[in-house]
Each structure stands twice: as structure tokens, then as C-alpha cells.
Write a protein that binds this ligand. Structure first.
Ligand code: FAD
Length: 493
């Protein structure tokens, strides 16, 4: 078990029994877990190479209990890690070993849907997929759709500014959130959003639980499109698929989704889901068009022409809704399907300009060979949001170290191409060192000052999202030490 906080013991010297006694005064027994065996499911998230046993898990039933929990832990300087579905791929929901996990699992009510205004108010523990399920009877849906949507929560989506396959046309979580209810570190409650002028909502969305705990949000709903068409094109070279993506967008077409899978991803997903993918292909593009029938027909003929121009070896349209779901099922299950290729996988998340797709994919391939590890690519090509999935056996310290170094090298390649170190999975504990590469000292000082303004005692998700200035100054933290993954350094800045 890798403890990302192993050097942090001195900073938060809270005794376990003391914390449990304090929480037991405000939470009923059914809302508090303190036994290590019962807390095991909370020790890690979707990036299991990082894990830690918390002091306690609090599962409040309502906002009063949640606010009181924050107040008491803030008074005592105890770290708090908010947790939604626990699907973060950047170690965002990993517990702090001197801290308390604050689960939003009981905040799962959809408060109301207003079909006329196309708005929905829901608690933050509501699953992403449950929002569209609730909106469907009104002919509406919630557009951001991370592939983890059956498990991840609205609060986690807001904290990570989550994306998904349909975000190319409909925007990320940020574009679909109208307001949030935020409980601050000291337990005070803020309604954020729908303001004119200086509105802190843009700070809160994507803040990775560093500024407050989201308990409710109002989100936009959209009409379910009357017509949807999914095309699957195969290519004998991944660079041809990359060029086709750039050409489709350059032609002024905005598909609802435009996803690319490379050969390894095709083979792994096909074995897992039997989606009907052409296994000999070096790449496939899944291009979904939606809207009114005439527009979709026009876009389809234009896309088919562009695919042909870029040497697609075949192009099939899903014949019905069942086949459309099947084509998507392979894409959505690609990460779990990686388990068929190797015991573990390490999913990266970088963004690049679309024009650099072919070049960066080539670099990733070369880097994979250099580090002796296979890399599978399955990603939101239309957004230029890469997800290189490094295949490894994490029980082998040498492979783990090489995977970590390869991941860093891939993110450096994204930065070199004019991109960013994260597209949608956040920084968490995973990309602290890469933050030093992307942001200047002045920019990081401003970000740290913002965190201080909301959370002066630094109890919310300490050691995540923002590297200390010293960590960046030392620079050497980037390197893996003694076969262990790097850990956040939590000195005061
Ligand atoms: C198979 C798989 C596929 C995925 N596909 C996608 C994808 O397509 N697109 C994408 O964007 N991501 C994807 N992810 C990553 C992940 O699902 C998202 O980041 C998601 O938004 C996390 O939501 P969660 O509820 O699980 O949050 P958690 O993992 O519980 O927490 C994530 C972060 O948010 C904070 N947080 C959680 N709830 C709150 C709250 N109420 N208030 C304040 N902070 C909070 C946590 O402290 C943590 O820092 C995928 C993950 C997996 C495992």
C-alpha cells in the first residue's frame, strides 16, 4: 500500500480517539465509521497506486450534520477529504492518514426539475447517470457524461470539472452548472452562482474539493436530440485517424462526440464487450452526429467524404439504438478492459491542440518503446484530450517506477505541444510536479492565496491540487525515489 502522505505525520498531530470522540458528539453511530476493516473501501479511489487509511469516515445525512462536522474538524485542524463516487483517476479522493473522509453518499436526492427553464437541482451525491434518468421523462438530458457515469457523483464532477464523450458539443461540467451550494471549511454555507459581476462560481468548479464541500447544485438540461447517428470508421494508420479529426472540425462540423481508439484499445475492448470493432484496424474513430434529421444527414455525408479523403478503410453507421449502445459500450469500458492486457493500468490525462494529435501520438509510441511499457490510447479526440493508458504490473517496483516516469514524459510532451497537464481528471496527488512545469511561480502564488482565502487552516484536501512553492523550487521531487511513487510535500508555503 502506498501512502502518499507518509512524511506528513507531524503537521496534523491529531490522536485518532480524540477525533472519533469529537465526531461522535455530533453524528449518530450510523454516520460514523472508525474501524479499519470497515474503512478499507475508502482507502483509495480510481488510482489505487495511492492509498491511505483515514482516522474516520463521516457519512452525514444532511447539511446541518455536514456543516457541524466541518466546523469541529476545522477548529481542531483535522484534514478533511470530501468523497463522492471515489472514481477519481488522479488520487483526488485518497484519504489523509491524519484526516477524516467526508462521504456525500447520503446526499442523493434530485430536488426538482423545471422542464420549462431546463434546469435541475440535485444534491451532490447524486450519480451522474441518475440526472439524465430523472430528466428523461421530460424529454431532457444532462450532457456531461464521463465514462464513469454510473458511479461518479455530481459533486465529484463539479470538483473535477469532469468531461465526457459528449462534451465536445455540449461543454464540460463548467458549461452546464448554474449555481452550487458550498459549505466552507468553517461550516458556513454559501450559494455561489447566478451572480452578476464578481462571481466565485468559476473558482469553485474544478477546485478539487480545496475550497469547500458542494452539497447541492443547479445544472442545465438539454432537449434529447430528435435524431442521432453514430459512425464507426477504421484506419490502417493512427496518424490518418488523427488527421481526419482535425479535418472534420476544420470543416465546421461539431459532432456530439468524436472519439479515437488505437489498436490495443480496440483489441482489449472487443474481447471485453464484443462491440463489433474491426480488430485488424490500427485505429477507429467513433463520430456521433445529432440534431434535426436534415442537418444530421448533411453532416453525415460531409463526414463520410472527409473520412474517405483521410484513407478510412471502412465506415459503418450503427443501424439502430441497440447497435449504437453496443458501439459506445466498447469505448466506455475501455479502461476496465485494459485489465485484460495487464494486471494494472495507469491512465494519463493531457490536452493538446487538435492539429498536434498525430505528432504527439507518435511521440507517445516512441516513449512507450523507450520505457519498455505498452501504452493504449483511447480518448476524446475532438477535444484534443488524450488518455494514454500505461499497462503495467504495479507489484513490480521497476515497472511502477518506469510507468511513473513515462507518465511524466507524456505530460511533458503535451506541454511541449502547447497543451495542458490535465484535460478532465484533475491534478489530485498525481500531477503536483507537473503543475510546477505548467504554471509560473506568480501564478502558483495566486492559486495558493485563493486556497488560503477560502480555507485558512488548510484542512480541505491538504497536499492535493496545488504544489507548495518549495516543492516546485526543489524540482527534484519529480523523480521517483527508491521505487516509491512521489508523495505530496505538505510544508506550509
Ligand atoms: C472507468 C473510469 C472512466 C472515467 N471516465 C471519465 C471521463 O470520461 N471524463 C472525466 O472527466 N472523468 C472520468 N473519470 C474520472 C472520474 O470519474 C471523474 O473525475 C469524476 O468527476 C469523479 O467523481 P466522483 O464522484 O467519483 O469523485 P471522487 O473520486 O469521490 O472525488 C474526486 C475529487 O472531488 C472531490 N469531491 C468529491 N465530491 C465533492 C463535493 N461534494 N464537494 C467538494 N469536493 C468533492 C474529492 O475530494 C476529490 O478531490 C473516469 C474514471 C473511471 C474510473
Amino acid at each position: 500500500m502506498t501512502n502518499p502522505y507518509q512524511d506528513d505525520v507531524l503537521r496534523y498531530p491529531q490522536a485518532r480517539d480524540h477525533v472519533l470522540r469529537a465526531l461522535a458528539r455530533i453524528l449518530p453511530p450510523s454516520c460514523l465509521i472508525g474501524k479499519p476493516e470497515a474503512m478499507r473501501p475508502y482507502t483509495s479511489d480510481g488510482l489505487p497506486v495511492f492509498s491511505a487509511m483515514p482516522v474516520a469516515v463521516a457519512i452525514p445525512e444532511n447539511e446541518q450534520q455536514l456543516s457541524a462536522t466541518l466546523r469541529i474538524l476545522n477548529d481542531q485542524g483535522v484534514p478533511i477529504v470530501p468523497r463522492g463516487g471515489g472514481t477519481s483517476l488522479s488520487g483526488g479522493a485518497v484519504p489523509h492518514p491524519q484526516g477524516v473522509v467526508l462521504s456525500l453518499a447520503r446526499f442523493k436526492s434530485v430536488r426538482w426539475i423545471d422542464p420549462a427553464r431546463r434546469l435541475c437541482r440535485a444534491q451532490s451525491g447524486v450519480r451522474n447517470a441518475a440526472l439524465s434518468e430523472a430528466a428523461a421523462p421530460h424529454g431532457l438530458f444532462y450532457a456531461p457524461d464521463p465514462s464513469s457515469q454510473i458511479a461518479c457523483s455530481l459533486g465529484g464532477n463539479i470538483a473535477e470539472n469532469a468531461g465526457g464523450i459528449h462534451c465536445l458539443k455540449y461543454g464540460l461540467t463548467w458549461h452546464n452548472v448554474v449555481s452550487v451550494r458550498l459549505v466552507c471549511a468553517d461550516g458556513t454555507v454559501l450559494e455561489v452562482g447566478e451572480e452578476t459581476g464578481f462571481d466565485p462560481l468559476p473558482l469553485v468548479v474544478g477546485s478539487e474539493g480545496l475550497l469547500g464541500v458542494v452539497t447541492e447544485a443547479t445544472v442545465r438540461l438539454r432537449p434529447i436530440p430528435p435524431c442521432t447517428r453514430l459512425l464507426m470508421a477504421a484506419f490502417s494508420q493512427i496518424s490518418h485517424a488523427g488527421a481526419a479529426v482535425a479535418a472534420i472540425i476544420a470543416a465546421g462540423i461539431v459532432p456530439a462526440a468524436l472519439e479515437l481508439m488505437d489498436h490495443l484499445a480496440i483489441v482489449a475492448s472487443e474481447a471485453f464487450c464484443h462491440a463489433g470493432y474491426p480488430q485488424e484496424a490500427q485505429a477507429i474513430l467513433l463520430c456521433e452526429l445529432d440534431g434535426i434529421e436534415e442537418q444530421v444527414a448533411e453532416d453525415e455525408s460531409c463526414v463520410r467524404e472527409l473520412l474517405q479523403q483521410h484513407q478510412a478503410t471502412s465506415c459503418r453507421a450503427a443501424q439502430n439504438e441497440q447497435e449504437r449502445t453496443l458501439f459506445w459500450s466498447g469505448r466506455k469500458a475501455a479502461f476496465p478492459a485494459a485489465g485484460r492486457m495487464a494486471p494494472d493500468y495507469y491512465c494519463m490525462d493531457g490536452s493538446i491542440p487538435r492539429r498536434a494529435l498525430a505528432e504527439v501520438l507518435g511521440t507517445i509510441n516512441t516513449l512507450g518503446e523507450e520505457y519498455g511499457l505498452n501504452v493504449m490510447n483511447v480518448f476524446h479526440a475532438g477535444d484534443g484530450n488524450l488518455h494514454p493508458v500505461i499497462l503495467l504490473d504495479a507489484d513490480d517496483p521497476d515497472q511502477l517506477e518506469r510507468a511513473q516516469r513515462l507518465g511524466s514524459a507524456i505530460l511533458t510532451a503535451c506541454l511541449d505541444a502547447g497543451g495542458s497537464i490535465t484535460g478532465e481528471h484533475g491534478v489530485g496527488v498525481e500531477k503536483l510536479d507537473e503543475m510546477c512545469a505548467q504554471f509560473s511561480t506568480t501564478e502558483r502564488e495566486r492559486l495558493l492565496a485563493t486556497k488560503q482565502a477560502f480555507d485558512p487552516k488548510e484542512i480541505l484536501n491538504p497536499g492535493k491540487g496545488l504544489p507548495t512553492l518549495r516543492r516546485c523550487a526543489e524540482g527534484g521531487a519529480l523523480l521517483v525515489r527508491g521505487g516509491q511513487l512521489p508523495h505530496p510535500e505538505l510544508e506550509r508555503f
